[in-house]
Design a protein around this ligand. Sequence first.
Ligand code: GDP
Ligand code: MG
Length: 179
Amino acid sequence: ASARPNTVRLVFLGAAGVGKSALIRRFLHDRFEHKYKRTVEELHVLEYDTDGSGKMRLEILDTSGSYSFPAMRELCIRHSDAFALVYAVDDPGSFEEVRRLRDEILDLRGGKSAPITVVGSKADLTEAEGRVLLAGEAMDTVEEQWDAGFVEASARTGANTVGVFRAMLQQVNLPHRLS
Ligand code: GDP
Ligand code: MG
């Protein structure tokens, strides 16, 4: 789907405040900030060394959710190689948004599956701290019913942040999902 060979386009979608920017910042700079900055659309471009296939160019699109141009959103969904649909484990509404986003992606791209990784963000939160969504239940829905990837991660502690990107790249490499 990418314009250039060796380029992989990853897009992060999800409700506002679920931790998309924090995950990307942790991956790129190994940092975490408590203060919430409202993101406008942001594209990060970097060279990335892979295990077997040499260098690739990663384009990471951090979305804000407030698309003033629906056509832009559509373009972005059509031309991405892998999607992270992010929810926060303390926000059930954000999981419903993931459900909606998946439907939208399948609609726009056609077909029954798409290179989607569902990310349960803020995995550091305990039930006492507000966690209401359990990894096991979310994983059952995502892996069994949706045939998508699933990971939990915490930008705050750094736990499994790299795993998010690894899971997305795995989705890209599945042959039946390349077009
Ligand atoms: P975005 O709107 O999806 O980009 O969300 P942000 O990355 O800006 O994060 C929103 C808020 O959630 C910020 O106040 C972050 O500090 C907080 N946050 C992000 N990631 C985590 C995490 O892994 N754990 C916890 N406890 N809070 C987080
Ligand atoms: Mg953001």
